[in-house]
Write a protein that binds this ligand. Sequence first.
Ligand SMILES: *Cc1c(COP(=O)(O)O)cnc(C)c1O
Length: 403
Amino acid sequence: MNLNYKTLVQKYGTPLYVYDFDYIKNRYEVLKEAFSGRKSLISYAVKANSNLSVIAHLAKLGAGADCVSIGEVKRALAAGVDKYKIIFSGVGKRDDEIKAALEYDILLLNLESEAEMKRVEMIAKEMGKEARISIRVNPNIDPQTHPYISTGLHENKFGVEIDMAKRMYIYAKKSSFLNPVGIHFHIGSQLTNLDPIRESCNIVADLVRSLNAIGIEIKFFDVGGGIGVVYDDEKTISPTEYAQAIFEATKGLDVTLLCEPGRYMVANAGAFFTKVLYEKQNGHKRFVVIDGAMNDLIRPSLYNAFHKIEAVGAEGEKTNADVVGPVCESGDFLGKNIPLPPLKHDDLLIVHSAGAYGFTMASNYNTRNKCAEVAIEGGQDRLIRKRESFEDQIRLELEYLEK
Ligand SMILES: *Cc1c(COP(=O)(O)O)cnc(C)c1O
């Protein structure tokens, strides 16, 4: 991003999330292009960054939405995503969520257990509807990523085994209230190796062939999300090779290919701006205390994730420092042993690759206001979420306060 940092900080304050909308557009177009030649739908995984303006930006380009709660479905609809491009996944959908999804008539409810399928059938029956469903298959493939973001092993809570999936399809096919049209897998996030994806595709495509053979026609082949991005110096999967691997595995199948990227679309489009409050030294250890914290960006604390941190405009010899926030937890850091020049009050730090799983994982811990979000498009900046106020935070408690 080529930005006038100073102006942005003066205008919007810190901590602040800034997203490059032109970059997001490019990411979408590159991936869509990689899938050209086959029927495809890219449904953006809303949980990566659910700001309405981000979703709307992608919707205008033609993207759908992959949602994991009815709240996300509502966001997608509010942002203008076509209902027939919305998928609802997740291991624990409540009755009211299932009912609302059926009322909204979205493309697919993606089912993750037999019990859930029976629940959906019952609710669809009560409503006199037929639920379009897909089943999430757990192919038991090690995605070679962080255990917290691995989802395609039997030890993970997601999806159902192949044999179970087959039984579920046979059941659903016979039901008047279920229409099994899709198949799905999502083996993990931040994948940098194509082999586990290829392997999963092959396993699931074989299942589709055996379902087709018994008259169950699968129209949507959903390969999930998970394409990795560069945080440090990772080698990532090329979109073309990714699409080609999927083409190869699904050769001869008349399916629409569905893909649900989250991180790939927005991670590198975003940066987190934070200002230095103080420098301090505890023995030999150097700390840079900033106005951003784990409540704004929890990835380093939660996954020990790495983000590049750049000091803007500061000069001098670099030494290693831990970059820490004001939150009362030793786990509150955005970086450890980061080489940084000497810093003074109000110097700006930019935490890179913060566009995915940044703001969406933010909380009010320590009664800190959630920060503002800004979009940059065609060289113009605009506010896409106001900085929260203290009043916003206490509003729902005030009426219960004894006078
Ligand atoms: C989280 C999630 C995604 C997106 O994952 P990324 O790693 O951000 O691409 C896609 N599909 C499902 C079902 C998910 O839960």
